[in-house]
Ligand binder design. Sequence first.
Ligand code: TXA
Ligand code: MG
Length: 329
Amino acid sequence: MKVETRVAAAGEGIRAAAKVLASGGLVALPTETVYGLGADALDPVACAKIFEAKDRPLSDPLIVHIPKLEWLDLLAVVSGPARRLAEYFWPGPLTLVLPRREIVPDLVTAGQDTVAIRMSSHPVFQEVLNAFGKPVAAPSANRFGRISPTCVEHVLSELGGRIPLVLDGGPCAHGIESTIVHVNGEGMHILRSGPVTAEELAPFGAVHGAVAGISAPGGLLSHYAPRTPMRIAEPVEQKSRLLFPQEGSRDGRHTHFSVGLLSWESSGEGFAKVERLSRKQDLREAAANLYGAMRRLDEAGLDGIIAEPVPETGLGAAIMERLRKASAR
Ligand code: TXA
Ligand code: MG
């Protein structure tokens, strides 16, 4: 069913958003990571609308965003190590996967015995949650498997006509999704790299890795993906011709392939379109630009996209994780 999507400025939109949430509706909201598609986390019917709007499989659980720290113990069983992470990094781009309590709907956890929880630091998001007064389930506000939105225009191109309201909070500061850490009696595991880096989490005892019985977020190999085929290649100048030859034959005919470059350090001479992640080679700026740059390349009508790898330290690990998922087919 087609609905009219209204975009509201943060000021007047806060009350409107809280009202939509209270009536069991959906609203797209800015967070410090990416835009989220929110619904009342304790109302399974409202949460079902999220899956519908995103075409998301019901097997993929949602992150619950809490307005106040007090909600943490109402939703989950919180160990000492988990509490230390929450107290140190919240509000901020860190999601904790913890043993759930009864109150969390099965739809939200996809029937698992854990729940993912985070507290956003975005002032607009916080104001909406405080006005609403309850936790809000919110995945990224894109259709399933696609690139997460980092500004209102992205949200509209993904979900325009499918949701009633988008709050405009400007571009997202981090530009990639929160770091997800699974905590149980056996330890702490990073399930998804993100703005809170492995280096920052190490002193708390978090290590990279899969946990038995827990599927990694965006569990599918291909995720965060443009429609145009993408490959990671290095060094770009040599490999691009092998992976996406500029001249070749298609259906036996001589054809010119147009290839775009998602660049970290190359100037990208000879490519049909170039998006530089950060001219200063600053990983923060690169993360904030990543999804917008991928979208612009995707919309350019190219035959293929080459992505240049970034250094895999700090935020670079999170960027490389996204590039690998975006190029897996
Ligand atoms: O930054 C973010 O985390 C954004 C903003 C809106 O908060 N949200 C976000 O949500 O990225 P989403 O649904 O696009 O990605 C969350 C991932 C999903 O892939 C899901 O599989 C995983 O978290 N997840 C949720 N609950 C889980 C659980 N109980 N155990 C393991 N993974 C879980
Ligand atoms: Mg997502």
